[in-house]
Design a protein around this ligand. Structure first.
Ligand SMILES: Cc1ncc(COP(=O)(O)O)c(C=O)c1O
Length: 380
């Protein structure tokens, strides 16, 4: 019997290995400079990401979880404020709101973009609503032009959890720059991934960038008013991660292109399984951009069985996200978690991400698709 290679969900350091000589030379220089955090390479990374995204400011932090909280804190979001967030997202989308002392108000998402449903956003705006925190998931942005309009109509601030969205643009504006500020994550699995944690705040607001810069290094700010010192944290970026990210940023557009080819390959093979398996589409939006394939997400009723079947055949998957945020024990009793979120609940039951990274081969995609076909044979 022919043996099949395993297909891990994530290729680990394979992409970095391609560029190992450049990365190791930068790390060697770092070691001899003796500056290990927030040094020359981090400054260069901030400059290059600002150029890539078109942001006036890019402020590196330890990860996007910190970047989100620092962004809100620097903007003065806090006690008494409500922030509207989608019920389907990574935990940090809501935890950042709680961390600054404000209250998340969860809304349901659109079944195609998985991003917050603008109609649901309108329905929960109240006197304490301070901001909308839009999230861009998997391969496309939220309907950000409409969310921008809603924010403007109601005098709200718009922030973006654009942790997954490097490379995503709507028109010519990069994700994270549609509101007051946004973030990027460089967690290893991300489209631009480090060899550990790193993240960033993106903003065109110079004063906000300055406050984040101070808050990320313990900074206490007296300028927010008499007696109101803002206590910061320690959330800096390592030079080693900056070395990896600078090297990988140089090939990011090639990686994005390769991811698009792989996603098209998956869709060609899997769309024949509709409606048992649904493949990703671009949801109609007021203003659109091209997809950037961070995660290739399919949906199927027998998701958990499929995950087990693929694992038994050495294919890795990742369940995004196993439960709506409104069902997280730490959020479910909040007043803002009371609105029904049926679309988020269905996605949490049905959705699963398949392996997708620039080093994945077409043969590996074929292998995954063959297995998914075999699994579903006879069930349509
Ligand atoms: C939507 C979203 N928000 C926030 C984060 C947090 O990023 P980090 O892992 O860099 O803290 C992630 C990454 O997992 C994410 O996908």
């Amino acid at each position: 019997m022919a043996s099949h290679p395993s297909v891990p969900f994530f290729s680990g350091a394979a992409s970095v290995r391609r560029q190992w000589s450049e990365v190791s030379e930068l790390i060697r220089q770092t070691a001899s400079d003796g500056t290990f955090v927030s040094g020359r390479l981090v400054a260069e990374l901030e400059e290059k990401v600002a150029q890539y995204t078109g942001a006036r400011n890019a402020v590196a932090c330890n990860n996007a979880t910190d970047a989100l909280a620092l962004m809100l804190q620097a903007a003065g979001v806090g006690a008494g404020d409500e922030v509207i967030v989608p019920a389907y997202s990574f935990f940090a989308t809501a935890s950042c709101v709680v961390h600054v002392g404000a209250e998340p108000v969860f809304v349901d998402v659109d079944p195609q973009s998985y991003a917050m449903d603008p109609a649901a956003v309108r329905s929960v705006i109240g006197p304490r609503t301070r901001a909308i925190l839009a999230v861009h998931l998997f391969h496309q942005t939220a309907d950000i032009a409409v969310l921008r309009e809603i924010a403007d109509e109601h005098g709200l601030e718009l922030f973006e959890d654009s942790a997954e969205a490097i490379g995503m643009r709507v028109g010519d504006r990069h994700a994270g720059l549609w509101g007051r500020a946004g973030v990027l994550s460089f967690f290893p699995t991300k489209t631009l991934g480090a060899l550990g944690d790193a993240g960033m705040v993106l903003t065109d607001d110079d004063a906000l960038a300055e406050r984040v810069t101070r808050l990320r290094t313990l900074g206490h700010l007296a300028e927010q008013g008499p007696g109101s010192l803002a206590v910061g944290t320690e959330s800096v970026c390592d030079e080693i991660q900056a070395a990896v990210l600078l090297t990988r940023l140089a090939v990011l557009d090639q990686d994005i292109q390769r991811r698009a080819e792989l996603a098209a390959h998956y869709t060609r093979r899997l769309e024949a399984l509709a409606p048992t398996v649904t493949t990703p589409v671009m949801a109609p939006a007021k203003e659109t951009g091209d997809p950037v394939w961070y995660v290739y997400l399919i949906e199927t009723d027998r998701r958990d069985e499929l995950v087990e079947y693929l694992a038994a055949h050495q294919v890795g998957t990742e369940v995004y996200y196993p439960r709506p945020l409104t069902e997280q024990p730490c959020f479910r009793d909040l007043a803002g978690a009371r609105h029904p979120v049926p679309v988020a609940a269905a996605a949490a039951r049905r959705a699963v991400g398949l392996p997708l990274y620039a080093d994945l081969t077409d043969e590996q995609v074929e292998r995954v698709c063959d297995l998914i076909h075999t699994f579903h044979e006879g069930t349509r």
